[in-house]
Design a protein. Structure first.
Length: 643
């Protein structure tokens, strides 16, 4: 859905790129919805691939080298820009395409929210207070903007919930993969909260401890340098105790580090459901290796041969996460595209972008062989642009990006930093329609665009809303209503952390509550369930119960899943000595909770006759940051005769 038009302004100059051959960033229009996934249903699997720092022109530069084709933007009248269509070069260029604005709260507060006229008419605007990867990653992973340098903490210091956590709350698995340090800003943004993105040892520790992550892969091995050569360990970014515990198998993770193990995983040799893969290299898989690549062609400086490439890591991660029948969320980052942009390295930028493009192809193949576009949403995007590739401060009208296949393109780097420019947002599969309907603005050159908070907001709401729809009690069900109060400062008179469960018509009330660290714990009693047996013959009976999720009314889609609710059954009338069922513990206590059927009580042929009254102590445990409001659900109780 890229708009193609010419706009004339009074601005002194226009920033653009021009080439001598056709365009490659092909637009995707609404009539491509069928082939790219209509998105009528929420995605079972979500794969977000982030080329860190990869703006439109980074794709153009790589396409020029590979085929000689590029985007064509030229000046018309003063202040005018025209973008032409062209054939796609990369496979994802045939996907749906929107732009994405990348501003952080820092840049918004400074008055630099995205503006099309400023973006194309003022060189300085694009360089002023751009986002960093921590703030951008936070917006993309949580749907909330924050200040630069902060990971999953809003400007007021409140911790935010990531889509990785939401994935686990809906029964899915979650993982992160990166070509740079595993605890660098972007993978960390999909994992943990920290007010300082540079607190690497603590971030690494918290990632290892995160129960909602099932795959972590990246660089950052303390025992190897950037050429993949063994060295005396450097524990500057990875706490020694954490690394030693992880590599010795003394954590909950299965650990791999050799290239052959990564390759075996990619081939489908899976023996783990929770895997940590640490490549044998210090900071990046390839970008920071020795050798001067300036003026050389990609690959002429020998690559590190002891580390996996991003396609191999991506396929291995998908094979692990794909074992979960309920689905998964996976973020895959090519982190060093950004590093080449900071260094203005044309050759290594192409190398890193090619590795990313190959990873996208691998992911596409995996989806088509192991899933489907009806079940999976694939996003290919960036967190921001780095290097102002294609702009020129001394020639603000435009600069040319041109070249022939197999030759280094002629390009202009105009900054060592991030910029405020829109980045491409390619997408295909389940949920595509929701993204197409989430446009927040239209750029005069790039066309319609969304915000960097859009996808996470949709995942927390509309795209996964069908899994948190309130359940209407059926006949014989016991209605359940939960009032979860807000934190101090919310418009709520209840004490912070209090949690009350009320059952209408005198059925039950949960009123004994306490704050148990990072969760709220509320206890109460299930109303008595009576079983009367007057059969002449019978071997006994059993009563089982199962709860629905408890969901809030409104548009947020917030819910407390049934695996957080457990019980401890007892018999209130012991005349016939019926036997209470076993304790069902919630997921926070390593149980299944009442998401699965649990026995409330049973009787044998010796204890079945007459009336037995059964009940249970109820326990609901939820994270303390659960949204305030009224939650509803239903508890079904069933009687099974034993003959």
């Amino acid at each position: 859905m890229m708009s193609k038009k010419t706009t004339t302004r009074a601005a002194a100059g226009v920033l653009a790129t021009a080439v001598v051959a056709g365009a490659s960033l092909a637009p995707a229009y609404a009539d491509q919805a069928d082939q790219n996934g209509s998105g009528d249903n929420g995605p079972k699997n979500v794969i977000v691939m982030i080329g860190d720092g990869m703006g439109y022109n980074h794709v153009v530069s790589t396409n020029l080298y590979e085929t000689g084709q590029s985007q064509f933007i030229t000046e018309g009248a003063p202040g005018a820009v025209t973008e032409l269509d062209g054939d796609p070069v990369q496979s994802y260029e045939s996907f749906n395409l929107l732009g994405m604005s990348t501003h952080s709260q820092s840049s918004i507060d400074a008055g630099y929210d995205y503006d099309s006229e400023d973006a194309w008419g003022s060189f300085g605007w694009a360089n002023n207070t751009p986002t960093d990867s921590a703030a951008a990653g936070t917006a993309m992973a949580t749907g909330t903007k924050t200040n630069n340098g902060m990971l999953n903490v809003d400007p007021e210091g409140n911790e935010l919930t990531t889509v990785s956590e939401v994935a686990h709350e809906t029964g899915r698995s979650a993982g992160v993969v990166s070509s740079v340090d595993f605890n660098h800003a972007t993978p960390s943004a999909y994992a943990v909260a920290n007010e300082d993105r540079n607190a690497f040892p603590q971030i690494g520790h918290d990632m290892i401890e995160a129960e909602y992550l099932d795959v972590i892969m990246g660089a950052g091995h303390p025992g190897y340098d950037d050429d993949g050569e063994a060295r005396t360990p450097n524990y500057g970014k990875f706490a020694q105790a954490d690394f030693e515990a992880l590599s010795a198998g003394n954590t909950g993770w299965d650990y791999i580090e050799s290239k052959t193990d990564f390759e075996a995983l990619a081939r489908g040799e899976i023996t783990s459901e929770k895997l940590f893969g640490l490549a044998q290299v210090a900071s990046t898989l390839q970008q920071n290796r020795s050798g001067d690549s300036a003026g050389t062609l990609p690959g002429e400086v020998a690559f590190n041969d002891n580390v996996p490439d991003l396609p191999t890591m991506s396929e291995g991660a998908l094979n692990v996460l794909g074992q979960n029948d309920k689905g998964f969320h996976l973020m895959i980052e090519s982190g060093a595209i950004d590093w080449t942009g900071h260094a203005n390295q044309t050759t290594r930028n192409i190398e890193e972008t090619q590795d990313f493009n190959a990873a996208v192809d691998t992911v596409i193949d995996w989806v088509e062989e192991n899933s489907s576009w009806d079940d999976t949403l694939l996003v290919v995007t960036a967190d921001h642009e780095t290097g102002y590739l294609g702009g020129a401060e001394d020639d603000p009208d435009f600069t040319q990006m041109y070249g022939n296949a197999g030759e280094l393109p002629t390009v202009s780097w105009s900054s060592p930093n991030h910029t405020n420019l829109l980045v491409p947002f390619f997408f295909k599969g389940a949920g595509s329609e929701a993204l197409q309907n989430a446009v927040v603005g239209t750029d005069s050159v790039r066309g319609d665009y969304i915000d960097n908070t859009t996808l996470a907001t949709l995942l927390k709401g509309d795209l996964w809303a069908d899994e948190t729809t309130p359940v209407e009690p059926g006949e014989g069900d016991i209605p359940v209503e939960v009032e979860i109060p807000g934190l101090p400062g919310d418009d709520d008179d209840n004490a912070p952390g209090s949690l009350v469960l009320s059952i209408a018509d005198g059925t039950a009330t949960l009123g004994n509550q306490r704050n148990a660290g990072d969760r709220l714990r509320v206890t109460g009693e299930l109303p008595a369930v009576s079983v009367t047996d007057t059969r002449r013959t019978g071997a006994g009976w059993a009563v089982a119960g199962q709860s629905s999720d408890l969901s809030i009314a409104g548009d947020s889609g917030e819910s407390v899943t049934a695996d957080h609710l457990g019980w401890a059954p007892f018999v209130t009338d012991t005349t016939n000595s019926a036997t209470p069922g076993e304790v069902s513990r919630g997921v926070l206590a390593d149980g299944e909770g009442l998401a699965a059927p649990a026995t409330l009580g049973s009787a044998t042929d010796q204890t079945r006759l007459g009336t037995s009254d059964l009940a249970a102590d109820l326990v609901l445990e939820v994270p303390v940051d659960t949204e305030a409001g009224t939650y509803t659900g239903a508890l079904s109780v069933s009687l099974f005769p034993v003959d």
